[in-house]
Design a binder for this molecule. Structure first.
Ligand code: CA2
Length: 156
C-alpha cells in the first residue's frame, strides 16, 4: 500500500498594499521612487519563486477590504507582507486583524517613516508585525520575502 505523503502544500505569501500605492512610479518619484506597483509585483513573484514560494498580491484603497484580505490570509496564507501605507498610522482595525494571524507578518515601508513628518512615526501595524523593513524602496519587499523564506525554513 502506498505510504500517505506527509508533505503539506506550501501556502502563498500574501502581499497586501494600502491606499495610494497604486500611484507608485507615476507621482512623487522623489519620495517613493520610479518603480510601479505592477513592477514590484513582478519582482516579488520572481523573488518568491527563487525560494520555491509563491505570492498573492493585492492593493486596496479601502480599509475594510484590507481587513477582509487579512482575514482570508488566516487560512490561505503561509505568511503576510503588508505595506499598510497611510492606514499604518491610523488603523487599529488592521492591527486587530493582524493580531489574529498565526503566520509571520512583515511590515514594509518604502520610505524610512522615522525620517519623515512626526505623524508618520507611529505605526499601529508594527505592534503586530514579526519584523519591519523600511527605507529600502522597492527592494524592501524583496528583503521581506527573503526574511520570510528564512523564517519558514527554520520553523518547518
Ligand atoms: O513609505 C511607505 O511605504 C509609506 O507606507 C507610503 C505611504 C505613507 O503614507 C506612509 O507614511 C509611508 C504613502 C503611499 C502613497 O504612495 C504614493 C505614491 C505615489 C504618489 C503619491 C503617493
Amino acid at each position: 500500500m502506498a505510504k500517505k505523503s506527509k508533505q503539506s502544500k506550501i501556502l502563498p505569501i500574501y502581499i497586501l498594499n494600502g491606499p495610494n500605492l497604486n500611484l507608485l512610479g507615476h507621482r512623487e518619484p522623489e519620495v517613493y521612487g520610479t518603480t510601479t506597483l505592477a513592477q514590484i509585483e513582478q519582482m516579488c513573484a520572481a523573488q518568491a519563486r527563487s525560494h520555491g514560494l509563491s505570492i498573492v498580491f493585492h492593493q486596496s484603497n479601502l480599509e475594510g477590504e484590507i481587513v477582509d484580505q487579512l482575514q482570508e490570509a488566516r487560512t490561505s496564507a503561509g505568511a503576510v507582507i503588508i505595506n499598510p501605507a497611510g492606514y499604518g498610522h491610523t488603523s487599529i482595525a488592521i492591527l486587530d486583524t493582524i493580531q489574529t494571524l498565526k503566520v509571520p507578518v512583515i511590515e514594509v515601508h518604502l520610505s524610512n517613516i522615522h525620517r519623515r513628518e512626526p505623524y508618520r512615526h507611529l505605526s499601529y501595524v508594527s505592534k503586530g508585525a514579526t519584523g519591519i523593513v523600511m527605507g529600502l524602496g522597492a527592494q524592501g519587499y524583496l528583503r521581506a520575502i527573503d526574511a520570510i523564506a528564512d523564517i519558514l525554513k527554520r520553523t518547518k
